[in-house]
Structure formats: structure tokens, C-alpha cells
Design a protein around this ligand. Sequence first.
Ligand code: LMR
Length: 397
Amino acid sequence: LFQAVEMAPRDPILGLAEAFNADTNPDKVNLGVGVYYDDAGKLPLLECVQRAERQMMEAPKARGYLPIDGIAAYDAAVKGLVFGADSAVVKAGRVATVQALGGTGGLKLGADFLRRLNPGAKVLISDPSWENHRALFTNAGFTVESYPYYVASRRGIDFDGMLTALNVAAPGTIVVLHACCHNPTGYDLTADQWDQVIAATKARGLVPFVDMAYQGFGQGIAEDGAVIGKFVASGQDFFVSTSFSKSFSLYGERVGALSVVCVSKEEADRVLSQLKIVIRTNYSNPPIHGAMVVATVLSTPELRQLWEKELAGMRVRIKEMRVALVEKLKSAGVKEDMSFIAQQVGMFSYSGLSKDQMVRLRTEFGVYGTDSGRMCVAALNSRNIDHVCRSIATVLG
Ligand code: LMR
């Protein structure tokens, strides 16, 4: 049966962790996967999460099946966070939100639903994009192409190229957009550019699918989510996937959501009924714990305040690491101007290093980033940054 099964290539991001774990170099640093570590190099267990868990333990509950679309209080909390506490579209019942297995799960539910709805549609992702976008939409059965996004020569966004691509896309084309903290480049659209993108998707009848995996890691929770309000104001149907992996440091709990904004409550109800079929035929219904933690934190004012403070702490530390990286690369002898690192936002820096240089970083120095040159700045700390800078300086020669 399995004779013809070929060995699949290693995952470009999670596969690196396997190689990292097997590396015996005592100075090894994992800047591959997008995970935030504190200055002691530890994965944080947020205080707000611990308090919510203690609260949950005080009144332990039996673990029955959840509804197919997840915990109602969780879905409501997601809506509040993504669309705003007083959102008119939410109040009008025009948003279908389902609990999902992380942000990836939200994307896949949306992809599977769209594939049933419009099997011939193409998907456009940014060039470059999160490595898993192409794979995920291809696996859902779509032809995936890309729109121009990043220009290496001037380290910025090819906005004209992006807009031109959207303006010639066929109606119904699904356009995957990063709400904030673009992964992998760290370059986000300005508010004015978003307005133009939203006008283009509306004029062409495209289907925007906004991936919001890093809300709170750019400028702030409201600032990073502002693009959602713009889409709502444009009156388009659109999709948003949400992830709490990073913002709650709950990676392994797989807490995310998919929200679909529709023109009426009646339409949202029908969409929800279809999403439930996608869920039921994939994994039946979602798990309880992580979503209950997030719902508890978001709906308890003191815990919510604490979460916002802890998230701000992570955001600020990443920014400090960016500044330190620029300075220390310079003192390590890098001649090139690396100040762009401090301008990029989110967890990653798109360093501009070639695949060969990234392989050298890994094999000679135990510094792991993706082959594309992406490095997770959120995993730098005061103890590993000097080694990382010396290693980069050496490979840049
Ligand atoms: C990343 O891009 O490193 C993260 O989103 C983790 C993942 O699942 O790839």
C-alpha cells in the first residue's frame, strides 16, 4: 500500500524546530518559528492566563462536547475584539463566527467553505507570504497565485504592483491579506494604502480574506485591528481569521476563530450552518480549555486589562530587540545599513540574507531562521543577541 509513498519535504517553518532540537551546539538560537520568548529565553505563561485557569479550577466543569461552532461566550468575545464592543454589524447579526483550531484552523475552515461555494476561484497571496498560506489553499483545492508585495531592492512594499494585480483579478478571486505585522516581511500597508486596497477589492468583486494572527504585536490592539473597521465600512462580504497563539502565548492550545461578515443576519445564519458542516466533517467540534481561558480573560475586566498590559510588554520588548539588533550588528562589524530592522513591525525581520547565508548561520553557528531570510526577533534576548549578531556579521563577510 505504501510503496509509492514519497518522502514529503520538511515543513519550511515547523520542520526547522526538529533540526534545532537535534542540534547539540550549546549556543543555538531558534529564530525560525514565530514564537515569543521573554528575555530569559522562556516561553511566557501569561499571568492573565494563570489567573483565568485558577478561576476555572475553582469551579471545575465536566467536559461534554462543545457545540460545533464552539463556546458561545468565546465566539462573542472574538466578535467584540475583532469588530469592536459596539459593532453595528455584530449587533445586526451579520457576522458568523466559529471557534477554530488556531489561526491556521480558521484559514482552513474558510478555505474549505469557499471551495464548496466557488470551486473555480483563484486565490491570491502576497509575494512573499506566510509559507503555509500557499500550501493550505492549494490543499483546499485552489489554484494559488500571488500579488506583488515586497521589493527587496528598496526594502519596501510594491504598492503599485499590488494594486495593479488586484485591479486585473477576476471577480470572485480570493485575496489573502495580512491585517498587521506582515509575515514574513514586517512591512504593513499604511491606512491610506488600505483604503485603496479595500476600494479595489470592492470595485472588482474580490473576496478579501484577512489573516489576523498578530493583533497587538504591531502598534496596539485597536491600531492593528483598525483595518477590520475599514472593511466593514466598505460594505463588502469578507473573511477574518483570528489567532490567540501569539497574543495569549497559547500556541499549543490551538485557539483561533473564523469570522465571516455577510450582508444580512439571514445570510450569516446560512453561512454559519455551512461552516458547521465543514467543522463537523473534519474534527466534529473544537476543544474546550484554551478557548475557555481566552473567553474568561476577554470578558473579565481586570483580566482583560492585565492581558493588554502583558501584550504591550511583549510588543515593547520586541521593539527594543529590533533597536538592539541594529546597534549590535553595527558594532559586530556589519557595514550595510541595517536600520530597516527597526522599521519593520511584528515578530519577524526579513533580513535580506540569502538562503546560503541562512544555511551557514544554522550549520556553523546554530542560529536558525527560515531559508527565506526571515528571523523571529521575538526570540532574541540580552543573552543570545551578541552571538546572533557576530554570526550574522561573519556570514555577511
Ligand atoms: C510562523 O510563521 O512561524 C508562525 O505563524 C507559526 C507557524 O505555524 O508557521
